[in-house]
Design a protein around this ligand. Structure first.
Ligand code: SF4
Ligand code: SF4
Length: 195
């Protein structure tokens, strides 16, 4: 499997069709953060608390689950966000992420405080492989139910892929996509010729 920046690439991301149009149902289950992301969020808790509404908890002790070992996270430890009122502790009643709201208020990059797996979804990293998060997509009621224009997840998540891989890594990914489709087309042509 092709590797970019040490990450394996599942070619499924070039063909899986995805359309994003709902009120953030993907945030109803919370997310696993890396230990460092958790520590950063706790460090800025005093900036987050004033942004929380009456459906959220202003007590940081209610924001996270206990840490657990997980090799898909840079530090080797994952910390899940807790559910408050059946949604991620950071999801407000308008369907907005309070961590992204804070970044916007600060005029920082919109994803400065957001956990990587939130940024990536509907992509994910599983066993060091960048792939489609089928498991989460399939358990949601409204996710990817309105894919009218046939956009692939690769096209829909271009900004996220550049964020993850950098410009150089994304160019490498685009080249891999073209090579992959060329190989698939050659295989199809050979099969037709052999029949
Ligand atoms: S941290 Fe923000 S984006 Fe991530 S699941 Fe919670 S509300 Fe959604
Ligand atoms: S659940 Fe799916 S369609 Fe809805 S906001 Fe999240 S990614 Fe988009």
């Amino acid at each position: 499997m092709k590797e970019i920046n040490g990450l394996k690439i599942d070619p499924m991301i070039f063909t899986f069709r995805f359309g994003c149009k709902c009120n953030g149902e993907c945030c109803y289950y919370g997310v696993f953060t890396d230990l460092k992301e958790y520590e950063n969020i706790i460090r800025i808790k005093d900036k987050i608390i004033p942004l929380l509404d009456d459906t959220q908890s202003k007590n940081p002790d209610h924001w996270f689950e206990p840490p657990e070992a997980d090799s898909d996270f840079e530090s080797g430890v994952a910390v899940g966000t807790a559910l408050v009122n059946d949604k991620c502790a950071f999801l407000d009643k308008d369907g907005l992420c309070s961590l992204q709201k804070l970044a916007n208020i600060e005029n920082s990059h919109k994803w400065k405080h957001k956990p990587l797996y939130c940024i990536l979804f509907p992509l994910t990293i599983y066993q060091n492989t960048l792939t489609v998060d089928h498991e989460h997509i399939e358990r949601l009621n409204s996710c990817n139910r309105f894919n009218q224009n046939g956009t692939t997840i690769f096209e829909a998540c271009r900004e996220e892929l550049i964020y993850l891989l950098g410009d150089k890594g994304f160019n490498e990914l685009e080249k891999y996509k073209n090579d992959y489709f060329n190989e698939v087309n050659i295989g199809v042509t050979q099969n037709v010729a052999e029949k």
